[in-house]
Design a protein around this ligand. Structure first.
Ligand code: PDD
Length: 285
């Protein structure tokens, strides 16, 4: 059984228990992170912790842990769980009060939880081996603070389930103006005429660490133009390629949208170049 961390100790995950009055359980009142690692090497660690600290500050949850403390926790979780290809899940909730009351409690310690889970081995830019993702499109009905990586994921879960029930891997989401926001658990990119385009960061989407790494890697390489700008759904449907990015997928090539082929219906050449560059530079972050 995997080893988890809860509050101040490590234990088999089956022995980790929280109070039913924990605000993470009652209200989804918490922040989480997912950090990928391959053979003990963490990807994008600083960016992930920076985002978590931004999220905690954004919801007024005070916790004085430093990056070094988070790193020690991550490394200990990896060691205790055998250093394979592991995602590290970290969660901080506003803690367990002695009553259910919406206002923030005073003098209640946050609940800190971490565990690991197996992730697929490092993706490689090989058209024959790569997973082909299929997506549906649906209006984004989540809240207006999607830049916060909140544990309150019901809106995301319902959208993901919509795609899943129709045999798809993800749901691409669009706002009331028919503009792409992101996917229910990933960021989204399109490629048109060799240009990589993704929606700009705002309250409608999570500032994905994989998204940010990919944009930075592509810009530093310079051979593929990248634009961060509003993307209409008509552009999405007319795209040559569509990608979804997340910590556990890296750059995923979408080949089917609403039952129709994306571009030629096969994985595109720009994806090959982008995933190759990502694989070559991902440990720089
Ligand atoms: N999902 N957008 C949403 C809504 C997400 O939930 C995620 C990540 C992303 C991509 O972010 P990153 O590149 O930092 O992983 C975008 C995680 C992996 C999850 O909830 O399991």
């Amino acid at each position: 059984m995997s080893i988890a961390f809860l509050n101040d100790s490590y234990m088999p995950i089956g022995e980790a228990k929280i109070s039913p009055l924990d605000r993470g359980f009652l209200f989804g009142d918490g922040i989480y992170e997912v950090i990928p690692s391959y053979e003990g090497k963490l990807l994008g660690f600083t960016g992930h912790i920076d985002r978590m600290l931004d999220g905690l500050a954004g919801i007024g949850l005070v916790l004085d842990w430093t990056h070094d403390q988070w790193k020690s926790l991550c490394q200990e979780l990896l060691t205790q769980n055998g250093n394979g290809n592991l995602g590290i899940y970290l969660q901080v909730s506003r803690g367990a009060d002695n009553k259910r009351y919406h206002a923030f409690p005073e003098a209640v310690a946050p609940t800190i939880f971490g565990f690991t889970f197996a992730i697929p081995s490092s993706p490689i830019a090989d058209r024959t081996a790569a997973k082909r993702y299929s997506v549906i499109t649906t209006q984004d009905l989540r809240w207006q603070r999607c830049h916060i990586k909140s544990t309150a994921l019901l809106g995301n879960v319902l959208h993901f389930q919509q795609g899943h029930e129709q045999g798809n891997d993800e749901a691409l989401l669009y706002n009331a103006n028919n503009e792409l926001t992101e996917a229910s658990s990933c960021n989204a990119f399109i490629v048109k005429d060799g240009v990589v385009i993704t929606p700009p960061l705002d309250n409608q989407l999570l500032p994905g660490i994989t998204r940010n790494m990919l944009i930075d890697i592509l810009r530093k390489d310079g051979s593929i133009p990248v634009e961060e700008r509003v993307v209409s759904m008509s552009e999405v449907h007319a795209a040559d390629e569509i990608w979804i990015t997340s910590s556990t997928k890296e750059v995923g090539a979408v080949t089917t949208i609403d039952g129709n082929p994306v571009g030629t219906g096969d994985i595109g050449d720009t994806w090959i170049k982008a995933q190759t560059l990502f694989s070559n530079h991902k440990y720089d972050y």
